[in-house]
Design a protein. Structure first.
Length: 156
């Protein structure tokens, strides 16, 4: 199945939770990295006679450009995370839809995932189960018809 997804959020609850975790991890990483680099540079360099506070302030100013670049890249990381998560969130959502149809006794098509999606074997396994359910429904209908022919009342 080669169709491209047209929406980024397939399951906003799951993908939203994933984004919140990534934002928290990224913010923690950014703060710890910035503080480490600034403090290390301030401790290891700087002109003699300047105070530690002055050296920290100087190094923080030098880190500003790196910080701005990292902040500019952050939205791209989030968008990539959303798009990547579609490869596992999309198949689960599609499988849930087909399970709902099967559970409501509707005619269920064969399930297929996109080529790049994870867990494509789940679609094949679902299709096997759906085929089995359809075969059993046909057999039940055939047996009910035989019972009716024989004059025995079949329960629904």
């Amino acid at each position: 199945m080669n169709h491209k997804r047209t929406q980024n959020f397939v399951d906003s609850k799951v993908q939203g939770a994933l984004l919140k975790r990534i934002v928290c991890h990224w913010v923690a990483f950014f703060i710890v990295t910035a503080m480490s680099i600034i403090l290390l540079q301030a401790l290891l360099s700087g002109p003699e006679g300047s105070t530690l506070g002055e050296r920290i302030w100087k190094e923080a100013g030098e880190f500003t450009l790196v910080g701005i670049v990292l902040l500019c890249l952050f939205p791209a990381f989030l968008l990539d995370t959303i798009r990547f998560s579609n490869r596992f969130v999309g198949p689960v959502g599609r499988l849930r839809k087909f399970l709902r149809q099967l559970g409501q006794d509707k005619n269920t098509e064969h399930c297929a995932f996109r080529d790049a999606d994870f867990w494509s074997e789940m679609a094949e396994e679902f299709n096997g189960v759906a085929d089995l359910v359809e075969a059993q429904k046909s057999e039940i209908a055939r047996l009910k018809a035989q019972l009716q022919k024989a004059g025995v009342s079949a329960r629904k």
